[in-house]
Design a protein around this ligand. Sequence first.
Ligand code: FPP
Length: 227
Amino acid sequence: MKQDTLKHLAIIMDGNGRWAKERGEKRVKGHEKGAEVVREITSYCANHPTIETLTLYAFSTENWKRPKLEVEFLMQLLERWLKNELEAYQQNGVRFEAIGDMSRFSKKLQKRIVDTQEATKDNSKLTQILALNYGSRAEIVGAVNRALADGQEITEANLSHYLQTPYSDIDLLIRTSGELRISNFLLWQLSYSELYFTPTLWPNFTPSELDEIVANFEARERRFGGV
Ligand code: FPP
């Protein structure tokens, strides 16, 4: 059977810290370079004939455990990045979305997120979803509670509807930096995904490597439990 079309790609962007360390730089330099790579990969996906959704793990619920200064830097980088990115979103036809619990973010960052969603909502070449202060177990628990509060029966279809990401199942998950873990990312939506792990550190990841991974995906056979 020929591989289904790649519509929804998800990426765990890992290795920024190690990239910086290899160069004798501060970890935040790795995040800065990582943000540039986000731009290149988003542009690749927006121009790809079949990819409709790109979900990126930008900040996990566990990332608060990092040194305060690094967390603050990541928040500022995100705020600055969204502001600068608006033009590229409009040019590339990218609709911006965010998932996760953003209530702990500064009011300024929360406003920037909402404004960017609003400004890009009619773009249709690609939906880019940033997972921000995101944890999959919390997302599933929240979905169950919302369904129960609405008096709904808990079924697969109902739960999918109540998740923060009712967009579509994920076809392919990539994790960079050689770590072989899912790390509480989109556990429900990854049920039938193909998984690809590359040793490349995120700041070194390129559209041409992504192109090779996509070709590899297209050559795989997915049977969804059938024969
Ligand atoms: C993992 O590297 C990456 C993150 C914690 C966050 C990802 C952030 C970016 C790619 C930059 C900002 C993103 C946007 C959208 C502006 P790590 O620090 O865990 O690396 P390490 O495992 O080598 O320490």
